[in-house]
Design a binder for this molecule. Structure first.
Ligand code: NDP
Length: 243
């Protein structure tokens, strides 16, 4: 991909919300690097978007594999010399997850490894490239299920949504957002947690009120925030989400 404008990396972009984020960023004129843990699925996604005239390329990227993450940072450095947008979208649920009394510890560990440690590792590896952008944006795909406030509020629909490992992974991801935004507050790098809404994808087993195309809109809006953008926020389609 030869592209002189802004460059984005979207993790887990071969399907679901991530694929639509890649498409909408491409439509906004951004060059998009599609991260996919299965290279053949990533290549197929990139081929489909390139056929629509978008500037895209795919890279093999498993966010739980540190060597793989470093290799992707080297590719982006060599081909673009910087990164303007990082969307930490890759995420999983685990069927053995559940309420605290039942959740399999191993499921919680696996979900944490992908949803939190994965995002942390990718962010750390990409930071040197993001520092070379005039106005970098990091978007962490969070969930209202990660809100400690809503989980503890008997009047909230999230009160009984007890998926301990998944919810904790998004609460941890939110801590990354808050701490990184504070650490980078004197830089042009902005970082926010965005809950896409309840979106029909493989992750939800087809449940949800929104299409992936609709679910991509808020993350994309935060990826494209202009000057003086707010940092360290947690938002959902209806507005601010309580931490
Ligand atoms: P999907 O299951 O459709 O897509 C998840 C993507 O993440 C896939 O591309 C998957 O790859 C990828 N992925 C999983 N593990 C890894 C890994 N180790 N390394 C790299 N990529 C990986 O889910 P959604 O599109 O629904 O979810 C996207 C994000 O949005 C997630 O972070 C999710 O938690 C979040 N979210 C979703 C909501 C919803 O209602 N759908 C609500 C709130 C948040 P593969 O195809 O190989 O499995």
């Amino acid at each position: 991909m030869i592209h002189s404008g802004r460059v984005a990396l979207v993790t887990g972009a071969n399907k679901g919300i991530g694929l639509q984020i890649a498409r909408q960023l491409g439509e906004a004129g951004v060059g998009v690097v599609i991260g996919a843990r299965d290279p053949s699925r990533g290549a197929a996604a990139a081929e489909a978007l390139a056929a629509e005239g978008l500037k895209v390329q795919s890279v093999a990227l498993d966010v739980t594999d540190p060597a793989n993450i470093e290799a992707v940072a080297k590719i982006i450095d060599a081909e673009h010399g910087k990164l303007d947008i990082l969307v930490n979208n890759a995420g999983i649920v685990d069927g053995r997850d559940g309420p605290p009394s039942l959740a399999a510890a191993d499921a919680a560990r696996r979900v944490m490894e992908t949803n939190f440690i994965g995002a942390l590792s990718v962010t750390q590896a990409m930071l040197p490239l993001l520092r070379r952008s005039k106005a970098a944006r990091i978007v962490n795909l969070s969930s209202s299920l990660g809100s400690l406030t809503l989980n503890g509020d008997p009047n909230s629909p999230y009160y009984s949504a007890r998926l301990l490992g998944y919810n904790a992974s998004k609460a941890a991801l939110n801590m990354l957002t808050v701490q990184l935004a504070a650490e980078l507050r004197d830089t042009p790098i902005v970082v926010n947690s965005v809950s896409p809404g309840y979106v029909k994808t493989d992750l939800t087993g087809g449940g949800g009120f929104m299409t992936p195309e609709e679910g991509a809109r808020l993350p994309v809006a935060y990826a494209l925030l202009g000057e003086d953008a707010a940092s360290g926020r947690f938002v959902e389609p209806g507005g601010e989400t309580p931490w």
